[in-house]
Design a protein around this ligand. Sequence first.
Ligand code: GLC
Ligand code: MG
Length: 426
Amino acid sequence: MDRITKAARLMIVSDLDHTMVDHHDPENLSLLRFNALWESNYRHDSLLVFSTGRSPTLYKQLRKEKPMLTPDITIMSVGTEITYGSSMLPDDGWVKILNQKWDRNIVIEETSKFPDLTLQAETEQRPHKVSFYVDKTKAQVVMKELSSRLEKRGLDVKLIYSGGMDLDVLPQGAGKGQALSYLLNKLKTEGTLPVNTLACGDSGNDAELFSIPDVYGVMVSNAQEELLQWHAENAKGNPNIIHAKERCAAGIIEAIGHFNLGSNTSPRDVADFVECKLDRVNPGYEVVKFYLFYERWRRGEAANCETYIASLKASCDPTATFVFPTGVEKTLHECIYAMKGCYGDQTGKQFRVWVDRVLSAPIGLNTWLVKFDKWELSGDERCCCVTTTKINAKGSGGASDGYTWVSVQQKWLEGYEKKDTSIWLF
Ligand code: GLC
Ligand code: MG
């Protein structure tokens, strides 16, 4: 959060399962498209918020399985846990609010009287969230009865049904919507209320996100019946909420375009960067573009032609150096030469490259220090290097003439070292 000292241009608040993450897409294509768009055009002046039903345990598990970006703010356990930054610092103020009229033990006691409720895994039981499975056909009756019993016991709770199977019992003041309201209020107090906010979701626990004033909303095309029904009953005709034509993250990109919230062209949708002069005014774009070309080269998808290699060489200072995570040092031109020989060597290996947390700071009139995490997936192996680069704006036209790489330095991210380092190119 310290990073954002001005109001964010765009704040995206997105659910994860079946919204940001498409579990029916083993290649994670729409997620990777979103990632490239975010890091190239938004990371430097916008806020990414993940709002999930998952507990911290299952959230961390998902991050290991899928190529997800690091959000600025993470809201977990259906809006009951808010944390900041990559170190996930908890918001203690929010916890205090949730303690009002809440007693977990009473919830456990009362729910145990319902044979149709099956307790979810232990990891999903949280200080302000008790979760069950309940059959679709029984859900309405159970919720009604449970709600009146808990009220009689003096509790003020909220029952949320999601995905046609999950029932969450939360304090009345909790939920994804209330957590977002709290966050917006906090940002407003700090004088950094985002210019635009876009909420994205697919299931019942996301409905609240779409009732917060001045927030755009997208229900992805694959949204669950319970959310569409909620929309039909409560928000029909609201032009600020759309039901996207596209699934998951592609639906989020569609909404950015629909509401005119900024660029909606992912660099992954640009076939030829030599031709494309779009959106080049930020060093983040340069980094995304560079690694995307590298991915395409090794997948054998970019054309194997001298023009590309020449253009890549032209974007590196002839004396520019690259310090490998192993400590070995080479010039960038030597690295490009080595890459030339690796054309298509990753074909058929599910090879993907993406960058996360791309942040740049000016260190001179035309020079930026750009730091990011570079991820590389090949088959089952996933590696990551914390990367620091120095990049200059080319020529006299400032950034509009493109950039020159001056130096690159990498260190393995702990736990993500590459086993065989004989071929580590960038
Ligand atoms: C996630 C959580 C689960 C919750 C569900 C719906 O799947 O793991 O506990 O019930 O979201 O909110
Ligand atoms: Mg979901």
